[in-house]
Design a protein around this ligand. Sequence first.
Ligand code: GDP
Ligand code: IMO
Ligand code: MG
Length: 420
Amino acid sequence: MKIDVVLGLQWGDEGKGKIVDVLAKNYPVICRFQGGPNAGHSLQFSNKSFVLHTVPAGVFRKNTVNIIGNGVVLDPVIFLDECKAISKMGIDPTKNIIISKRAHLILPTHRIIDAASETSLGKTKIGSTLKGIGPTYMDKTGRNGLRAGEILAKDFKKRYNTLKQKHVAYLKQFNFNYDASTYEKEWFKAIEYLKKFTIADTEYELCKHLKTKKALAEGAQGTMLDVDFGAYPFVTSSSTVCAGACVGLGIAPTKVGRVYGIFKAYCTRVGSGPFPTELQDAVGERLRKAGHEFGATTGRPRRTGWLDLPALKYAVMVNGVTDLIMMKADVLDTFDTIKIATGYIVNGKKTDKVPFDTYAKIEPVYKEMKGWKKDLTECRKPEELPAAFKRYISFIEKELGIKITYISVGPDRAQTIRMG
Ligand code: GDP
Ligand code: IMO
Ligand code: MG
């Protein structure tokens, strides 16, 4: 059987957690393939809400196998906290989560390097989540990293200390005060907890499951934060695109089925970097308020702006999106008019392509559409959607050349409309 993939098409926080939770009822296996606790995936059902960072969003569905793939970086402390919250729901996470032996561990000193490096960059900082993501991936590709499968090794502590000492030496250049001792104690406690889990060659497990079952891969971050295709260096350190699912899980490209591309009806971004349609005015503030646009991981206010079609087209292209999912349409319910960027003016020239130059001055070209001025949050069927809203989505479908399969009109599981 195939593995379908859910991906963010913008700068993260599109609503991946919610939609994976909704789709999870159709998939016995759910997998995370990249990122780590920089992700904050929100879920809401039965008047309860959760934020997951490392754990796949299938964890609340009975009989679902949740795989944390080799492409993920895992902070044992944050993982333990998440698992405690999941246990309170009467679910035993040690029974329905499998961790790849090849997933890299985030050490306390990785977090410190992240903080030291960001501080040293000053105004030019990336705006990272300070979870140690970049430094952990640097150690992975630099062939220094420590992997989950090593925690049972007799000399694990020695291996840990070897890497820590490298970090201590590296940190000397920063003139950065730190004390990792408290976090380190918690970290080793959390390592003991990690030993309760099945830590496996998940590429074999997944291959075995795919003989009889469908699987769903849950992306983290978004295409515009991809290490290759985002506005470098204002990106995360992993491959957030569809191909990342193959590398981050050990599956062949021929195994990929549907590619679900998720986008918000507008745009947000946390952290630094280009954001062509950003609104630094009252309209942007209105979007932030209506959409509760504050980071699920860091609590930082998210930057807000209009929908950016050139960026979306780019994301659709590099991911091979087969189905679109539009999130948070309800946030625009009260707007008289809604703008959509259909192109850019870059260095005086009109284009509909995302420029390579991260520092290029980009001026969006907008199309203005009439708002629908109706409450979408109670809609459950396509025929209940207002005509002006249907015009809005038809325009987007035509521009992107793909159909919108689901529309989300609120944070709850139930607030989801299957189109057609
Ligand atoms: P993720 O990182 O892609 O999983 O997204 P986040 O969870 O970080 O951010 C999405 C936010 O929007 C969360 O607070 C969700 O509860 C909320 N949300 C998801 N879908 C909708 C929707 O259709 N409407 C509204 N109003 N909120 C939504
Ligand atoms: P989810 O999965 C939004 C952003 C950070 C920063 C940049 C690099 O919830 O959509 P990092 O800590 O990865 O080194 O930070 O990427 N970023 C996210 N923005 N949603 C996320 O995840 C993000 N994960 C990282 O704000 O700009
Ligand atoms: Mg998020």
